[in-house]
Design a binder for this molecule. Sequence first.
Ligand code: FE2
Ligand code: FE2
Length: 142
Amino acid sequence: MAYIDWSPDYDLGIAEIDRQHRRLVEIVNRLHDAMVQRSPKSAMQSVVCDLATYTEFHFAYEERLMQSMDLPDWEAHRSEHRVLAHEIRSFETDLAVGRLSVSMDLMAVLQRWLLNHVLHADRELVQHAKGLRGGAILVLSR
Ligand SMILES: [Fe+2]
Ligand SMILES: [Fe+2]
């Protein structure tokens, strides 16, 4: 069973952003699987690295979208991204040097940041974007 089940409530209505959010959830679920299966530390480190890399890619995508549309408060949203991206890279370092292990506590932290950010900051972003474009589907080159 997946650690986080995707819920239709998490779909915000811009297909590319929803696709990227689903991919983030999949990576968090992969980390949970690796933990439950007691995979070697190197395997867990590789999943955390994937999570950090994909998170940075996703944040950059959203930031380009916000800037291109000159959305209000985009800088506050970007600051939130910076904090989260830094936190995930710190997990990666802490895991590598043995200061941290993959535990249910860490999984809960990851679930919380992901869903909180998606359901609040990103939901606002998408609502503004759709309002400005009259609900048109947005696609940015990746
Ligand atoms: Fe997002
Ligand atoms: Fe975001």
